[in-house]
Structure formats: C-alpha cells, structure tokens
Design a protein around this ligand. Structure first.
Ligand code: MN
Length: 128
C-alpha cells in the first residue's frame, strides 16, 4: 500500500499544486489548512510523512512540529518544512525545531517527489 502523506498548507494554490504532484505518485493524501487542524489530522490519520508550511493560522508550522515531536508516535516521522520567507538562519531554526528537511517556496514540483521518496525510504531502513 502507498504511504500516507499529510499536507499542511493554508494557501489554496500551493495546496492544489502539492496535491497534484503527489496524487500523480499514488500517495494517500490528507490535508490540513491550519495548525490546529494539522495536529488533529496527524493524530487521527498517523501519516508516514508530513509536508508542513511554516506560516499557518492558529499555530505555526514550527509550533505544530514541536508538539508532534513531544508525542512518542511522532518522534521520528519525516517532516518537511516549507516556507516562503527563507531568511538566513531559518534552516537551522526549522531543523532545531524538529523538521528533517526544508524546501523554500515556490515549490519545485520536479524536486518534491524525489525528496519525499528518499525520506520515506530512509525511514523504512531505520525501522527495519
Ligand atoms: Mn502559509
């Protein structure tokens, strides 16, 4: 069975774009459009990987990531941070906050599937 991916993104255009790219790869997708919904959806659906916009209503992507990392079930799930406002030190901030990888907007739709496949693969190795 194909892996479950949770897309957290409040911008409808970006959401559609990411959804289209991943749908074509056959992943099972779940969507959340704010930080609280992201937490609820993650707990309920137990995705294999999360794509997390950092700029979200209610809770920021970083706050959601920190909360998930406090939960044992989410201590090692791959989380890819996505941000439109890449500034010096951001990458370090997101990685320190518990994200495994970092992509800047606009999303590179050619790069995204490869990054995801690689992270899912290395996760499987860790669990083996
Ligand atoms: Mn956003």
């Amino acid at each position: 069975m194909k892996e479950k991916i949770l897309i957290v993104e409040d911008n409808p255009q970006n959401m559609r774009l990411i959804e289209m790219v991943l749908r074509a790869k056959g992943y099972t997708l779940f969507k959340a459009t704010d930080g609280e919904e992201a937490l609820d959806m993650a707990m309920r659906e137990r995705p294999d990987l999360i794509i997390m916009d950092m700029e979200l209503p209610k809770l920021s992507g970083l706050e959601v990531t920190r909360k998930l990392r406090e939960t044992p079930a989410f201590s090692s799930i791959p989380i890819i941070a996505v941000t439109a406002y890449a500034m010096k030190g951001d990458k370090e901030k997101f990685v320190d906050g518990g994200c495994d990888a970092y992509l800047s907007k606009p999303i590179n739709t050619r790069e995204l599937p490869g990054v995801i496949a690689q992270m899912l693969q290395s996760r499987q190795k860790d669990n083996a």
